[in-house]
Structures are given as C-alpha cells and as structure tokens.
Design a protein around this ligand. Structure first.
Ligand code: GAP
Length: 455
C-alpha cells in the first residue's frame, strides 16, 4: 500500500485524538500543533524508546535537561546569529514570502507562485530563523535573547561540567530531548515542518583520530533504531550522504536517514560529523578551556563530535504514516494503525459485549483495573462491539479483550490480536499476565546495540 497523504493522516489524527491544530477555535496558527490524549502517549512512547536506547542502555552516554533560553552569546559563538538563515524571496504584489529553495527557477524570471504576477519577486535576502524575545523588564538590545533553534548547543556549553562531574573519558556522549523553535517561513505538511517542535539529540565526543569509525557506527545504529525499535518499514528508509554544497556550516560530513513520505523522500534524522567546531567556538566565545585530558598523549585535546539529531514530531508523523493500513475484511474496509505495540497509546482495551448487563460490566471494569497495574489499558462500552473494535484498530491498540455472556459461566474472556484478528480464550485472572507476556515478547530490546568501535 502506498504511503497515505498527510491530509488523510491529519484527519485520522484529529478524529482519534492524536493531534489538533493549535488554538483551533481562533483559526489555528501555522506551524503550531497540539497533541491530544492519545498523541501525548504516542509521543511519550517514542521519547521513552529513544532515551532508553540512547542513554539508559548505554554505558557511554549521559543525559541532561537544559534551559530553553540560554545566554545569547551562545548563539553568537555557535554561528546561529550570523548564519542560521534561509535565503528568502518576497512578492511585492501579494506580500507573501518564499524560501528560495522552494521556487522553481530564478526569481527575476518566474511568476509569483501565489498571485501569478511576474516581475514582483525580490532578490533573495537572508532571513534568520531564530525567535527573539526579551528577558527582564527593560526592552532594549541588551535584553534580547533567543528561543533555542536546536537542543545541541547546551551539550557543548555543559561539556566540561558533565565530563568533570561524571568523571568521563573519551569516547562519551551527552544527550537531551526538548523543545526547539524555528521561525520557519514555510511550515506545513501537517507536523513535518513546525515552528515549535521537539528534538532528541546526542553529541558524542570522540578522539579526532576515531571520527570516521564513530560516524559510521552512529549512522548504522540510528538506522537500526528506526527499524528494530520503532518498527518502521526498512523499505521506506534510506541513507543519503550530503553533497559538499549542502553541508551545514559546522559539518564535515552528514548522512540523513530519510523516509519515503507521501511528499517524497525527506529527512527524518541527520547524523553529522561536527568535528571540533562547536567546542572550539565556545572556548573562544567564553574564554574557558573546553578540552579533555588524553592519557595516551599526556595532553589536553579538543574532541570531535558525532551528532545524531532527530525530531520527535517528525518521528510521530512517520509512525502514523508507516502504520496506516487499509484492508478489506469480509466486504468491509478496515482501517488499522499497525504501529509497534511498544508505541501504542493503549496496550489493551476491555470491551463488554453487552453494556446493559451489570454483571458483565462489573467484571470488565474489574479486569480493566487489574490490567492497568501492568500496562496502559482502557475500558469502553460506548458503542456496539463492531464499532469498538474499529475504534481500537484505528488507534493501534494491540489487544482487545471481550467480556461476553459466556464469561459468566466459564470465567474467561477473549483476547483479540489487532493485526491478525486471531482470538484466544483466557481465564479472567490470567488475562493481565497473558497480555503482558504477549507485549514482552514483541518488545524485546535485543538486536539493537552493536559493538562500538574500540577506542
Ligand atoms: N543540531 C542539528 C540540527 O538541529 P537539523 O537537521 O536542523 O539539525 C535535526 O534538525 C532534526 O530535527 C531533523 O532531522 C528533523 O527531524 C527535526 N527538525 C528540524 N527542523 C524541524 C522543524 N521545523 N519541524 C519539525 N522537525 C524539525
């Protein structure tokens, strides 16, 4: 089945409580979206899977959680004040602004893509993507600060504190997840390009001589995280090394992990070799030494940095697109979100076959309470069983448990698996453990970590 377009995904996401337009009753706001009750669970599951693999299961990565607003000198030293910009073209007639990259041709020759007038597009001008704000009561140039456009810089600025407090030697990494803000000129494609989004980034500090080996290691490890941990279809993923003219100002080599979205192959995550660019820049900017003692040479060295950087919202979008499946079942269309059970917002839904039989409802509610002790579970009796199944299929719930009239006799319930729709009858008191076992079997962590290069 080809990937569904973003409108289809956005409609499902809204209908089922995953993602809503921000401040929708006021007409929304371009580039800003809110996560609903199921969306926040899905997003948290994606984040937990990243944190577990990038921090908790590793011996060589520390996590931090830094402030969003940092000393503005950070962004001067990092090059973002001078260089974090896109060339933009304005239309003098309709006043819309376009990224030069998005225009099909020379602005002096083509018509405005919006109003169609010719000769109205300006020369390209650089437009800084950072959101500025004021800190403190006086609004002058000395109080200007920025909402961070990437989470990475805190890891460079805190390099020495982390290395010293945790007694680290090379190689080691610092990871964090959190909000980033970019005044994107053309936000859109649902939650693909946002103005407020979340990133998960890790800066891995290595001896300069080991940079290529670690770069290859992280490209491979990150690619396998998408397939093995998030369950994304490998056929819709590819690696694309950047050409020299598209490298960021800090990067020596970058490989993007791309997904085949309905808009075409696009970046999901980037792995960049940032060399010693950032640590050196902050050493100059702050006047503090950002280096680490190398026992082999007996000298302080400035490490190189390999950075896997991904967007949480883009990951959520990818999970939704990748899992979206339409099937024909007995002359009916079945829409099912075949996402990895690890990511499903609800792992098991308990559905009483008849809601007007108090004895059934009572058993179903008691079972839900038991299940909730082990896994995220829900109770639903607000529609016919067919509709209840459909609702759970559309939100990706791996298991539905039906409590029916027979339950009153045999004390058992039916567990139905989402993808195969196979059913098994299990004694009520064994249902929670059975579901936990079924989920445990599916969510094994093995097959992800690969032996790191020897340093
Ligand atoms: N520290 C490096 C860095 O920020 P990036 O390629 O600009 O690199 C990394 O961003 C990831 O963050 C991207 O691969 C993408 O998943 C996500 N991302 C970047 N800009 C985004 C935006 N405007 N909306 C949603 N996600 C974005």
């Amino acid at each position: 089945m080809p990937a569904p377009n973003f409108d289809v995904i956005a409609s499902l996401a809204k209908r089922r409580g995953f993602v809503f337009p921000s401040s929708e009753i006021y007409g929304g706001m371009a580039g800003f979206w809110d996560y609903g009750p199921l969306g926040v669970e899905l997003k948290n599951n994606v984040k937990a899977a990243w944190w577990r693999h990038m921090v908790q299961l590793r011996d060589d990565v520390e996590g931090i959680d830094a402030a969003i607003i940092m000393n503005p000198r950070v962004w001067e030293a990092s090059g973002h004040v001078a260089g974090f910009s896109d060339p933009m073209v304005d239309c003098r007639s309709c006043k819309l602004r376009f990224r030069l990259d998005d225009l099909k041709g020379d602005p002096s020759e083509i018509a405005c893509p919006n109003c169609g007038n010719r000769g109205t597009l300006t020369e390209p001008r650089q437009f800084n993507l950072m959101f500025a704000t004021q800190v403190g009561p006086v609004a002058d140039s000395s109080s200007v600060a920025y909402l961070r456009p990437e989470t990475a810089q805190a890891m460079f600025v805190q390099f020495d504190n982390v290395a010293t407090s945790m007694r680290r030697k090379l190689p080691f990494g610092i990871a964090q997840m959190g909000r980033s803000f970019r005044n994107e000129i053309t936000p859109g494609n649902f939650i693909f390009r946002l103005r407020e989004f979340e990133q998960m980034e890790m800066e891995f500090f290595v001896h300069p001589r080991d940079e290529d080996e670690w770069f290859a290691y992280w490209v491979d490890a990150r690619h396998r995280w998408w397939t093995d941990v998030l369950g994304i279809d490998a056929a819709r993923l590819r690696l694309r090394p950047h050409a020299a003219d598209e490298l960021s100002h800090y990067s020596k080599q970058t490989t993007d992990i791309e997904y085949q979205y309905p808009i075409g192959w696009s970046e999901l995550e980037g792995v960049a070799d940032r060399t010693d660019f950032d640590l050196k820049a902050h050493a100059v900017g702050s006047g503090k030494r950002l280096a680490i003692f190398d026992e082999e040479s007996g000298e302080h060295i400035v490490p190189y940095v390999i950075e896997p950087a991904m967007g949480v919202d883009r990951a959520v979008l990818t999970v939704l697109v990748d899992g979206y499946t339409e099937e024909q079942v007995a002359n009916e269309k079945r829409l099912v979100l075949k996402i990895h059970p690890r990511l499903a917002p609800i792992k098991a839904a308990v559905l009483p076959l008849l809601r007007n039989r108090p004895e059934l409802v009572e058993r179903a509610r008691a079972l839900t309470a038991d299940l909730k002790q082990l896994v995220p579970a829900a109770y639903d009796d607000t529609a016919s069983i067919g509709k209840l199944y459909r609702r759970q299929d559309e939100i990706g719930t791996p298991f539905c448990v039906t409590v029916d009239v027979e339950t009153l006799d045999d004390g058992a319930a039916t567990i139905r698996e989402r993808d195969t729709m196979t059913q098994e009858r299990v004694a009520l008191d064994l249902v929670p453990q059975r579901i936990a076992d079924l989920l445990g079997g599916r969510s094994a962590w093995e097959g992800v970590a690969r032996t790191p290069p020897a340093s």
